[in-house]
Design a protein around this ligand. Structure first.
Ligand SMILES: Cc1cc2nc3c(=O)[nH]c(=O)nc-3n(C[C@H](O)[C@H](O)[C@H](O)COP(=O)(O)OP(=O)(O)OC[C@H]3O[C@@H](n4cnc5c(N)ncnc54)[C@H](O)[C@@H]3O)c2cc1C
Length: 415
């Protein structure tokens, strides 16, 4: 297993670092001020930054190498990891390189399963960074951890599919510039549990779609990537909008999750680096009871533990990236489950300590700690809750043990 970057990948990482430091980070105060003053939309300078990044070849870096006809500089997962980490230092930075969720995993499934016309109509604008998309799988009425439960009906009617049901947490789906949803629903209720579902492309202006509400998480409304609840009443889309084959929806949804999960983890590592740096700075400047906060042993231990956990998380993510590049989604399932749990834990512990070290300020939006704390908690739920990944890992362990069929009696001298 070799995590060393090629000279080209190192150059890319260094260029990303320079771009972040020179062009993105200095605009963060403007970004925050603009977002505080506006309910929706993007600050005008975002388009300017995107154009600049694209001109420098820092564009669509997260897509797999599938073809040569789309804009972007494609990296392997291992090559993308350090870039995603740099971008993860700020919640909005990934969009400057067109490497943000949920568009990237949506681009991946359109690239892998779309027809030539679907790619022209729906994928191309995403690759150009001129529009947005959402993935609508989760439903309020069923346990969506188990994707085979998804119940929204997609019924064939002549040259159309007719959609009826409810969805929520279709992140970004209610952005004014979100052009379409990739919606998963049941096309054949009598098929086996993994062959019942299909994915269809649903333009957001299709009659019959009702935006019920945007959901706050822990009391906060995400205005960049809002979490809408939708109702679909006899929503009609042409049959050409079917993505892949009828019955392939479950597999498409699962395939989307590998890259989506690893990118979230890569970005979380960048966020944690910022939190450690801020904790250190704060602890070195603030005094209580006559001593710098950083002179107290518990604070030193928190920072040391944060470094330990972050280093473990980073190495696990690199291993998962390596496995994903080498063995694909299926072959890297175990590594992806490991990081999904492990990174969310490290992120939660580190964000929790950052909140504490900043005291009351840590609970406000004056530092990134509170948002990180919230995101870390949410990461334990989205893209599969922890418990589902525990189950996956247990199964791998049990399978490995059965295959190894080791004689363990000598470890138990008493029998
Ligand atoms: C911030 C955020 C963004 C999201 N973005 C999207 C999106 O863009 N598109 C989309 O479709 N969805 C999205 N989701 C939804 C997310 O993927 C689901 O919430 C998740 O899959 C869990 O489904 P559920 O909420 O129905 O929980 P349920 O399936 O009802 O599960 C609830 C709890 O039951 C327990 N549980 C479930 N299964 C098991 C098991 N096998 N063993 C033990 N315990 C178990 C777990 O503790 C779990 O947390 C998002 C969610 C959040 C919070």
């Amino acid at each position: 297993m070799d995590f060393d970057l090629s000279p080209a990948a190192r150059d890319l990482r260094d260029r990303a670092e320079r771009f972040f430091t020179s062009h993105i980070l200095p605009r963060n105060p403007d970004y925050q001020a603009w977002m505080a003053a506006h309910d929706v939309g993007n600050p005008p300078f975002l388009a300017e930054l995107k154009a600049k990044a694209r001109a420098e070849g820092l564009w669509n870096l997260a897509l797999p190498k599938l073809g040569a006809d789309e804009p972007g500089t494609r990296c392997t997962n291992l090559e993308f990891a350090p870039v995603a980490e740099i971008l993860g230092r700020l919640p909005w930075a990934s969009s400057v390189f067109n490497c943000h969720a949920p568009d990237v995993p949506n681009m991946e499934i359109l690239q892998a399963h779309g027809t030539a016309e679907q790619k022209r109509r729906w994928l191309r604008p995403l690759l150009e960074g001129t529009t947005h998309s959402a993935f609508a799988m989760t439903e309020p009425d069923v346990a969506s951890s188990d994707a085979s439960n998804i119940a929204t009906r997609i019924t064939r009617d002549g040259d159309h599919y007719v959609i009826n049901g409810r969805k929520w947490f279709a992140s970004s789906g209610s952005r004014p510039d979100c052009e379409f949803l990739l919606l998963m629903g049941v096309t054949d209720p009598d098929a086996s549990r993994t062959r019942r579902h299909s994915v269809v492309i649903v333009p957001t202006d299709t009659p019959g779609i009702t935006l019920v509400r945007n959901l706050p998480t822990f009391g906060h409304m995400d205005r960049v990537s809002p979490h809408p609840e939708f109702r679909f009443d006899n929503v009609r889309v042409p049959v050409e909008n079917l993505l892949g084959a009828e019955g392939a929806g479950f597999a498409i949804g699962q395939g989307r999750l590998g890259p989506a999960r690893i990118h979230h983890c890569m970005r979380a590592i960048g966020t944690c680096e910022v939190l450690i740096a801020l904790m250190l700075q704060r602890a070195g400047r603030r005094e209580s009871f006559g001593r710098k906060i950083g002179d107290y042993a518990n604070i030193q231990e928190w920072i040391a533990l944060s470094r330990l956990e972050l280093e473990q998380a980073r190495l696990m993510v690199l291993k998962a990236a390596w496995a994903l590049d080498r063995y694909g989604n299926k072959g890297a399932r175990k590594e992806i489950s490991l990081i999904k749990i492990g990174v969310a834990r490290a992120y939660s512990y580190i964000a929790d300590r950052a909140v504490q070290i900043f005291g009351a300020m840590g609970s406000t939006d004056d530092t990134p700690a509170a948002a990180a704390y919230t995101n870390a908690r949410l990461l334990r739920i989205y893209d599969g809750p922890d418990e589902v990944h525990h189950r996956t890992l247990y199964r791998f362990e049990a399978e490995d043990a059965e295959q190894a069929n080791r004689d363990l009696r000598a470890y138990l001298p008493s029998g």
